[in-house]
Every structure is written in C-alpha cells, then in structure tokens.
Design a protein around this ligand. Sequence first.
Ligand SMILES: [Zn+2]
Length: 82
Amino acid sequence: MARVAIFLFLLFAILLALRLIGFVLRSLSSRAASGRPAVEGEMVRDPVCGTWIDRRLAIAGRRGSEWLPVCSEKCRRELESA
Ligand SMILES: [Zn+2]
C-alpha cells in the first residue's frame, strides 16, 4: 500500500515538474520572440540614431528577418517602416 502512495506522490511530483518546465520554456520563448536573449553588460549600437545602448535595455526591432537592437519605440517604428 505504501508503494502505491509513493508511486502517486512521484507521479504528482513529475506532473508538477513538467508544469514548471513548461512555464520556464514559455517564458523563454516569449523572450526569444522579443529578441535574442540578453547578454550581460553588452553594448549594442542603435542602427537608427547611432546611440550605444545596453543590450538588456534595447528594444527588438525587425528589418526583414534580421533582429536589430534599438533604443526606443520611435527608433523601432522608424526601423520597421524603412
Ligand atoms: Zn535610437
């Protein structure tokens, strides 16, 4: 009987772990959708206005299939309309 309880507990633990993994993967993929994962302390250049910005603070702008970091919503719109 104790075995059944342990089995059920393990099953529950696995389901919980899978949920957690799913949540982590979702948050990672939503991050990837907004741009490349941030690299600590890396400076990137805004191709629109030429400002150097921290990659963590950059906004992901798209030009074709290319991802480019920009400093603001204004620059992002400019980049995407170009
Ligand atoms: Zn800019």
